[in-house]
Design a protein around this ligand. Sequence first.
Ligand code: HH2
Length: 280
Amino acid sequence: MQLHCGARLLDLGRPRIMAVLNVTPDSFSDGGQFFAERRLELSRVVDAAAAMVAAGADIIDVGGESTRPGAEPVSVNEESARVLPVIEALGDLNTTISLDTSKPEVAQAGIRLGCHIVNDVRGLQDPGMVSVAAESDVGVCIMHMLGSPQSMQASPRYGNVVTEIRDFFQCQVHTCMQAGIAPERLMLDPGFGFGKTLEHNLALLRELESLRVAGLPLLVGLSRKSMLGALTDREVGERRVASAVAAALAVERGANVVRVHDVDATRDALRIVLALRNVQ
Ligand code: HH2
């Protein structure tokens, strides 16, 4: 299995680590760390990304808008000012760069500056995102979210969470293919914590493989999320072990890419999974 993402080809014969690099003042677990007197310090962002690559990250996922429950939306200008200089600066790292955005304008500018993947937590529901993706050759992550960050955790309800998300994937993959986006460019993500209760999240993880549509790669983001806090009774800064275990379990259940904050711990966990599979 491979993901075609612009100039790069990501071999998914083994699970890959997508490292989270949030350049926001307010992300739920790593917000604000690159800001001094409200200004983004680019050299510190680049150093952090280089450290993630050295620790074993295969993809760096740059985000400029927090999507934690209750987060306020940011404007195109604000998000662009946060992420675009970072995308440009990371070009020298020789790694796969993903841009976590739902805004067509931001995605388009990021693609021009050389990002390889567009990671859309709104799953390309905006036709503008479909057009931008179709006009490019980057990889695309279609994530499922119920509602919006402002309201999604109020009282999420599904008839059957697994079949509804599978249906959503089917519909979005069809839309992408109609628009001319090759399936080799697509990844699917159930969106843990995005309009889901603990029970919904557990059902999705338990039945991860049945979410796979058209044989496409699955991306899973559980790192530091409140689901792990609920299960372990730990605050967000204390969820490193739970996050690494969750990443390993996700890979055991079929995840091809795991989106994580703690790259070194995840790498150790995945090494054990791979050793059991007899893969180095
Ligand atoms: N989770 C978050 C953001 N982007 N993208 C994908 N594909 N899958 C996810 O599970 C996912 C995502 C939320 O985590 P984080 O970026 O750490 O927090 P915030 O949204 O507060 O910036």
